[in-house]
Design a protein around this ligand. Structure first.
Ligand SMILES: [Zn+2]
Length: 381
């Protein structure tokens, strides 16, 4: 049982067996002796959800080189540390959108057994990619109807929570071009249809406009990055922005930075940042469903606890404070298919909380003043 403050005022949250059993907003003081009094200036929030992380990337200067050099044991050690880092910042659910083979499932099982070990991990396994394509070194290469269907089925059978497909290329992989498509619309549809038949959501990595268009038409659940990358800059396409915003698909924007980006990334990105922000602002203005996927792990400025640092960027995109919090709690839960269980403080939901000092609706920076973290009812910080 927790006695504290939520968005709707003073509340006592009753917890049993890792779940919320009741939320009492009458203001009456609980008489139970197992009460955690969080204090009058503390705000109780649902644990945060990062819709796009890579536990296997080490946030170093060359994460791909370290990734390729690490054997499974070393990679698992790094992933466990990354999971713990995220958890202590109040991130109680992460979607791992790519590690080698199915290693993320190993860590996911561990954190399910031991809440102190890390967030609940919704693992994609290796992203489905073309031969030699973006992140091929994660071992998820598949092309053509038969292989694509087999790949989806394998992820389902092994217990993945989501299917990730690289609709476009990406910056991190040598030889890959982010603005070029890797799969056509028909391929993406095969993957989406098979995943949905099996009850799994699909996350499509999509930088270029063609990949974004095709992923949207194929009916994927979340579009990752949505950066409108063209060969020479940002390809602004008002009609596509409008379609995206009105589609109901979740747009998992790559936000969250602590410190500065590496020089070569800055040189590539900075000329594009303004125009990309303009497009994203327009997406928000038109009612696009925005959630935050940090891509934690891919740069030194993206450690695995970077998510709370994205609230400022969300505000700059024009998202009101409450909607910014929803983007990393309730909306993120819907995007990941775990609504009802995550991202909310109500009876039946998992007892995942972050307790911060002050009121994050007035001061977003209070998300960084973490007073306590609970995972499945266990206090981990
Ligand atoms: Zn990623």
């Amino acid at each position: 049982m927790f006695d504290g403050f939520t968005r709707s005022g003073p509340a006592t949250v009753h917890v049993r067996g890792g779940r919320i059993t009741a939320v009492d907003r009458t203001g009456s003081r609980p008489s139970d002796r197992y009460v955690v009094d969080l204090g009058a200036d503390a705000c109780l929030l649902p644990g945060l959800i990062d819709t796009h992380t890579h536990l296997a990337f080490d946030s170093g200067n060359d994460p791909v080189a370290s990734f390729v050099a690490a054997d499974d044991e070393r990679m698992l050690t790094g992933m466990r540390a990354a999971a713990r880092t995220a958890l202590l910042a109040g991130i109680t659910t992460v979607r791992d959108l790519g590690a080698r083979d199915f290693l993320a499932l190993t860590v996911a099982e561990e954190t399910l057994r031991t809440p102190e070990a890390g967030p609940e991990i919704l693992a994609a396994g290796p992203p489905i990619t073309t031969f030699g394509g973006h992140c091929h070194f994660m071992n998820g290469e598949a092309e053509g109807r038969g292989q694509l269907i087999d790949a989806v089925r394998e992820r389902h059978d092994r217990g993945c929570a989501v299917v990730k497909i690289m609709a476009s290329g990406g910056q991190m992989t040598r030889g890959s071009r982010a603005y070029l498509s890797q799969y056509g619309q028909e391929d993406l549809r095969i993957v989406a249809d098979e995943a949905h038949r099996l009850g799994l959501p699909v996350a499509a990595h999509a930088h270029g406009n063609e990949a974004i268009t095709d992923a949207l038409a194929a009916g994927v659940d979340t579009l990752e990055h949505v950066s409108f990358s063209g060969e020479k800059g940002i390809d602004e396409d008002a009609a596509l922005v409008e379609r995206l915003a009105g589609s109901g698909a979740f747009l998992s924007l790559t936000l969250g930075t602590r410190g500065t980006l590496p020089l070569e990334v800055r040189q590539h990105l900075e000329p594009r940042l303004d125009s990309r922000r303009k497009v994203h602002r327009e997406l928000v203005r038109l009612g696009g469903r925005v959630v935050v996927g940090t891509d934690a792990g891919i740069f030194p400025s993206k450690p695995h606890d970077v998510l709370p640092h994205s609230v400022e960027e969300l505000r700059n995109l024009g998202l009101p404070p409450a909607a910014s919090l929803a983007a990393m709690t309730s909306q993120a839960a819907i995007a990941c298919g775990v609504e009802g269980r995550k991202g909310r403080i109500s009876a039946g939901a998992d007892a995942d909380f972050v307790v911060v000092g002050g009121d994050p609706l007035r001061d977003p920076a209070s998300l960084l003043d973490v007073r306590a973290v609970f995972r499945a009812g266990v206090r981990v910080r």
